[in-house]
Design a binder for this molecule. Structure first.
Ligand SMILES: NC(=O)c1ccc[n+]([C@@H]2O[C@H](COP(=O)([O-])OP(=O)(O)OC[C@H]3O[C@@H](n4cnc5c(N)ncnc54)[C@H](O)[C@@H]3O)[C@@H](O)[C@H]2O)c1
Ligand SMILES: N[C@H](CO)Cc1c[nH]c[nH+]1
Ligand SMILES: [Zn+2]
Length: 430
């Protein structure tokens, strides 16, 4: 864990390094991913089977090894223990309600020159939904992917999720049934993203790939953008907690570890104006790590990427947070509003002492698939719009052409494109 103090002379340099380390993508991962993508593109299912055996220890032999049937998903849902079923249904209902409000409106208007113009929104035909499953299984990510896709009106929803050592997570299947997913394939990592993008003999390609994953998954999506659409790059989790000294250190330590336990590459950062509180949180992290079943991953993450930054005043925090542009930002203070107004770059913000990030992971309503690696500077969390695209339209009559056509002719001639000019002139009888 790295301890910094904004009053130290070396702070600016150390902070710049911290920011730079988050921005740079790992060259080794990029190279390995490119090899995997090429392999799946060239050899299709044979490459998928080899890579799945290599990385997941799962043999893809008969059909049931490849794909989970709709019936198996329904059976998993029917077999759910009532408490878990109620929790899953509550999460689905809250996520659906939140995302239904994101449905965009079409535009259709006639302007003052008589030109009709506007835009219509249409869903993509097929979406590939990545549901992580390496270290842990993520039924919550299935809901976060599939529900906005359904709300958008996507015709074909294709889930890919790894089943390490052949172990299928029943809650993922139950969530697939609840959300109305069409296909569930037992593949993961960069190879699954490649299969969705290029298609194979077994798997038909999709138009857009969404969802979170580890460094290999995130890099695969990044490299395949253009072959398919993607939501954004949602890689190893990050949390930045801005907390004053009046918090319970146990709560804040748990919040930091809630993201550290996802991945050794995850990052947890605390910014506080109280040095004693900083010490207490650091101690508490040690205490909680000793009790955590996920301690191995969380310890690696905290030791390699954990940071505590002491500031003279919390007024310094927004500038630091904006430079880090973290996936999640918690504002653990009495009145979070002034800090919230100053946070410009964050995937999602959690306001006040009683709003732990983990509640957003499961069922608050907003999407938990969020940009990482400082991409919150330009990207947003997954939404209904990621499954849709906008087609603009224009309709003219003769009068409208007389009003704006001559300007088009002038511009076409200025660009040296006479066929463009001619196509307008003819309609003006020139
Ligand atoms: N940003 C977000 O919105 C968000 C949301 C949820 C989860 N996450 C992140 O999702 C990730 C889940 O990771 P996970 O590993 O548990 O599951 P995962 O499904 O993302 O990755 C597992 C796959 O990674 C591939 N892989 C593992 N090691 C590899 C290697 N050395 N070379 C090539 N491929 C390799 C394998 O193919 C394996 O199937 C975590 O990083 C978590 O923080 C992010
Ligand atoms: N924190 C993750 C996003 O970075 C989402 C998640 C799912 N389950 C638990 N957490
Ligand atoms: Zn989480």
């Amino acid at each position: 864990m790295l301890r910094l103090n904004t009053r130290d002379p070396g702070f600016d340099k150390a902070f710049r390094r911290l920011v730079r380390d988050r921005r740079e993508s790992d060259e080794n991962v990029a190279r390995d991913v490119q090899i995997i993508l090429d392999d799946v593109r060239n050899r299709g299912d044979a490459a998928l089977a080899e890579l799945t055996l290599k990385y997941d220890g799962h043999a893809l032999s008969d059909d049931a090894d490849w794909r989970i049937s709709a019936e198996a998903c329904r059976e998993a849902f029917d077999a759910l223990e009532p408490g878990l079923r109620a929790a899953l249904e509550l999460a689905a209902q809250r996520i659906r309600t939140y995302h239904e409000a994101q449905r965009p409106a079409d535009r259709d208007q006639v302007d003052e020159t008589g030109v009709r113009l506007g835009a219509v929104w249409r869903a993509v035909d097929a979406a590939g939904l990545y549901v992580p499953g390496g270290r842990a299984a993520y039924p919550s990510s299935l809901l976060m992917n599939a529900i906005p896709a359904k709300v958008a009106g996507v015709g074909r929803l294709v889930v890919v999720t790894p089943t390490p050592k052949g172990q299928v997570n029943p809650l993922v299947l139950a969530a697939a049934h609840l959300a109305g997913v069409d296909e569930v394939w037992r593949i993961g990592g960069a190879q699954a993203v490649a299969a969705l993008a290029y298609g194979t003999a077994r798997i038909r390609p999709v138009d857009v790939i969404t969802g979170p994953g580890n460094a290999w998954v995130a890099e695969a999506k990044r490299q395949l953008y253009g072959v398919v659409g993607i939501d954004m790059v949602a890689g190893p989790s990050e949390i930045l907690v801005i907390a004053d000294g009046r918090n319970n250190p146990e709560w804040i330590a748990a919040d930091l570890l809630s993201q550290a336990e996802h991945d050794p590459a995850a990052q947890s950062i605390l910014i506080t104006d109280d040095p004693l509180f900083a010490d207490n949180v650091a101690d508490q992290v040690g205490v909680e790590l000793a009790l955590l079943p996920t301690a191995r991953t969380a310890t690696e993450s905290w030791n390699s990427h954990g940071v505590i930054i002491e500031v003279a005043s919390l007024d310094e925090a927004p500038a630091l947070a904006n430079a880090l542009a973290a996936e999640h930002v918690e504002l653990a203070v009495e009145d979070p509003e002034p800090l919230f107004r100053a946070i410009r770059h964050a995937g999602s913000v959690f306001l006040g002492r009683h709003t732990p990030e983990a509640i957003g992971d499961y069922l608050a309503g907003p999407n938990h698939v969020l940009p990482t690696g400082r991409r919150a500077r330009f990207a947003s969390g997954l939404s209904v719009l990621d499954f849709m695209k906008r087609t603009s339209f224009i309709q003219m009559d003769e009068a409208a052409m007389r009003a704006i056509g001559p300007a088009a002719i002038a511009l076409a001639e200025a660009e040296g494109l006479p066929a463009h000019a001619r196509s307008v002139e003819l309609r003006l009888g020139i």
